[in-house]
Design a protein around this ligand. Structure first.
Ligand code: 3PG
Ligand code: CO
Length: 555
């Protein structure tokens, strides 16, 4: 039968302290002025890259290598950390929703049948990110769902659209709104009462994560459920255009607005008897709203009104909490992660990041599962993030504090694995502020130094890698790789992730002398890291894991 027991690695010892460092949004790209990692002073990461060639390599972090539908899909933290922790490639949410829509299975399953019960007398509300970024949601999936639901009896539909500018270029929200508006107009021609009801920028309205700032979710609640917002418009395209005119306005941070009728009444509050679907497939930024929509007992903000609705997520967002209890598509069944194996084999783990990335090294790492496998062998520490700011204002973020915690955990002698996520290059990269991103990259490099110094002190091993690219290319490029200009002749700043590979480096005094990266794995990706780390802990990986990146040569 099945056993959690891992085989001993034939050559590598147990008991070494391993620092597992994930630099968020740190890819490898051509050195130029838009490569903030290149521009920044990063002596530690440079020395890893320029050190022994058999201890540094690149791995794939985008597309099919991490379970995304195509190789045109950039990497992201969810699929990146899933792959790092699980050691296998799972068809991810984006792909699973595509398949369910394509086959029509989505309409036969429990979740859709459940919300359908409201179609006769209630309104169907669709809440989510309006984007073709493919990180949290996709516009074409929303379009298919609108079509499918209306063909199956939805008579009154309201869309609550969150604008992106983070996984796609800033300013693209206008075009997405127009597309949606067109689709809804076509539905109206068919006699379906379909409208956009509310909106707002994803970073200011609704899509907070890991409970960093509940005000964000409250602003969304007020607009979506209560039909109240500081800005009222009769047309969503106009709303976005107008709100973008404010100085410093951008898609990510647009204030909340509601659409009102000619009497000034909001067209789509969520009422008793309605159905609600949150159409993002990615979990982290939907969990908080899902709790507000689903939990009878809830004290994070005053909901004022808690409508009796039929609610389904596009996916189930948290398998441990079973949240939400109804969903349209089953999430990837990520099981037997490396963390769970290691705990069963006596490996003790410390994991840490600041709030905005805390769930990445815990929840995502453990296969979208919250909580501990075995609290006696694990300690997860969250450093509170600054909230209510854009991180270009404080590009160093909590990198130093994370590194100090990691250092202390390494020196404590209590842990075999000390795992961190350093958020700077990603979170500041997403702001599109190049100067600040350069500062961010240096801060991450400083943090790596502190962790590597501690590893040196205890005779441990380090594994330094990243989850996807971001800061290494801050400009939108044409097919030839040249920066694209906007109509004013300025380069188009890329706030999103990239398709670039990421580095992985191994080393430290505890690394056995003959350990090096194998030849012959040119297509290796993030999913190959788990087996590698298991080896370094002294174990062989389960046979269905993606192959290890290392070999041990006898000298
Ligand atoms: C976000 O949610 O901030 C971005 O859409 C993706 O960033 P992440 O995958 O690095 O978290
Ligand atoms: Co990111």
């Amino acid at each position: 039968g099945f056993s959690w027991k891992l085989n001993d690695h034939p050559k590598l010892p147990k008991g070494k302290v391993i620092a597992m460092v994930v630099l968020d949004g740190w890819g490898e790209a051509n050195p130029n002025q838009y490569n903030c990692i290149h521009v920044a002073e990063t002596p530690v990461m440079d020395s890893l890259k320029n050190g022994a060639p058999e201890k540094w390599r690149l791995v794939k972090a985008h597309g099919k290598a991490v379970g995304l539908p195509t190789d045109d899909d950039m990497g992201n933290s969810e699929v990146g950390h899933n792959a790092l922790g699980a050691g296998r490639i799972y068809a991810q949410g984006a792909k699973l929703v595509d398949l369910a829509l394509e086959s029509g299975k989505i309409y036969d399953d429990e979740g859709f049948k459940y919300i359908k019960e409201s179609f006769e007398t209630g309104t169907l509300h669709l809440i989510g990110l309006l984007s073709d970024g493919g990180v949290h949601s996709r516009l074409d999936q929303l379009q298919l769902l609108l079509k499918g639901a209306s063909e199956r009896g939805a008579k009154r539909i309201r869309v609550h659209a969150l604008t992106d500018g983070r996984d796609v270029l800033d300013g693209t929200s206008v075009g997405f709104m127009e597309t949606l508006e067109n689709d809804l107009a076509k539905l109206r021609e068919k006699g379906i009462d379909a409208q956009i009801a509310s909106g707002g920028g994803r970073m200011y309205v609704t899509m907070d994560r890991y409970e960093n700032d509940w005000d964000v979710v409250k602003r969304g609640w007020d607009a979506q459920v209560l039909g109240e917002a500081p800005h009222k418009f009769t047309n969503a395209v106009e709303a976005v255009k107008k709100l973008r005119e404010e100085p410093k306005a951008n898609d990510q941070y647009l204030p909340p607005f509601v659409i009102v009728d000619e009497n000034g009444k909001s067209v789509g509050p969520i009422l008793d008897g309605d159905a609600v679907v949150t159409f993002n497939f990615r979990a982290d930024r939907m969990v908080m709203l899902a709790k507000a929509l689903e939990y009878e007992d809830f004290d994070k903000f005053d909901r004022v009104r808690f409508p009796k609705i039929r609610y389904a997520g596009m996916l189930q967002y948290d398998g441990e909490l079973k949240l939400p209890s109804h969903y349209l598509v089953s999430p990837p069944e990520i099981e037997r992660t490396s963390g769970e194996y290691l705990v069963h084999n006596g490996v003790s783990t410390f994991a840490c990041s600041e709030t905005v990335k805390f769930g990445h090294v815990t929840f995502f790492w453990n296969g979208n599962r919250s909580g501990y496998f075995d609290p006696s062998k694990e300690e997860y520490v969250e450093i509170p993030s600054d909230s209510g700011i854009t991180f270009n204002v404080k590009p160093k973020m909590k990198a130093l504090e994370i590194a100090e915690k990691a250092r202390d955990a390494i020196l404590s002698g209590k842990f075999h694995q000390v795992r961190v996520n350093l958020p700077n290059s990603d979170m500041v990269g997403h702001t599109g502020d190049i100067e600040a991103t350069v500062v961010a990259c240096k801060a991450a490099d400083d943090a790596v130094k502190m962790i590597l110094d501690a590893i040196e002190q205890v005779g441990g091993i380090y594994v330094v890698t990243a989850d996807h690219g971001n800061a290494e290319d801050m400009v939108k490029r044409n097919k030839k790789g040249e920066p694209l200009l906007d109509k004013n002749g300025n380069v188009q700043i890329l706030t999103s992730h990239t398709l670039e590979p990421v580095p992985i480096a191994i080393g430290g005094p505890g690394l056995a002398p003959g350990v090096k990266f194998r030849q012959g794995l040119p297509g290796a990706g993030l999913a190959n890291v788990a087996a590698t780390v298991m080896n370094l802990h002294g174990y062989e990986a389960p046979s269905d894991y993606e192959p290890t990146l290392i070999e041990v040569v006898d000298n």
